[in-house]
Write a protein that binds this ligand. Sequence first.
Ligand code: AR6
Length: 173
Amino acid sequence: MSNISIVKDDITSASQDAIVNAANPKMLGGGGVDGAIHRAAGPKLLESCKKVKSIDGVRCPFGEARITLSGDLHSKYVIHTVGPIYRQAQNPEATLTSAYSNALQLAVDNGCQSIAFPAISCGAYGYPLEEAARIAICTALPFAADGLEVVFYMFDDKLTQIWKDALSRYVLT
Ligand code: AR6
C-alpha cells in the first residue's frame, strides 16, 4: 500500500492540508486550474499572493514553490508551483521534477500531513501526459513513504487513466 491516490475530481473541492496550484511566475492568477483555485478561494488568496516577495514581478521562478494561506478553500494552505513551459524549457524534466519536489518539501516543512496536486504543466504549458505522470508519481514516492498523504486530482478520464497506469507501473499497490 502506498500513500498515493488518484481521484477524478475538481481540486477546488480538496480538503487535504495543502492544495497545489499550477501557477505562473507572477503568481497573481491566470487560466486553467490557477483560475479555478483563485475563483474558489476568493480575494483573500490574491491578497496573500501579493505579499509574496517579488523580484521584477517574479514571485515564483520556474521549478520553485511558494506557500500562502488559502482564503475560502477547505485546505489550510495553497502551495503555488510553476512547472516548465514544455516547448520553451531547456530541461523540462528537471524543472517539472523540482516543481513537484519543492511543493512536497514545502508541505512537509509547514507541518502538512496531506497534499493535493493537479497535473502540473499538463494544460497550457503543454507537457506530454505520460512523461508528466511518471515524474509526478516518482517524485512523490519518497515523500509518501515518509508518511505524507499525496492525492492527485485529475480533471478528466484520460488524465485519470494515465496517472493510474503510472501508479501501478511505478508503485506496488
Ligand atoms: N481541478 C483539477 N485539475 C484542473 C482543474 C481543476 N479545477 N482545472 C484545470 N485542471 P493548466 P499548466 C487541469 O493549464 O499547464 C494558467 O493560466 C487541466 O486539465 O491549469 O501548468 C497559469 O496561470 C490540466 O490537466 O496549468 C499558468 O499561466 C492541469 O490542470 C499556466 O496556466 C494543468 O493545466 C500553467 O499551465
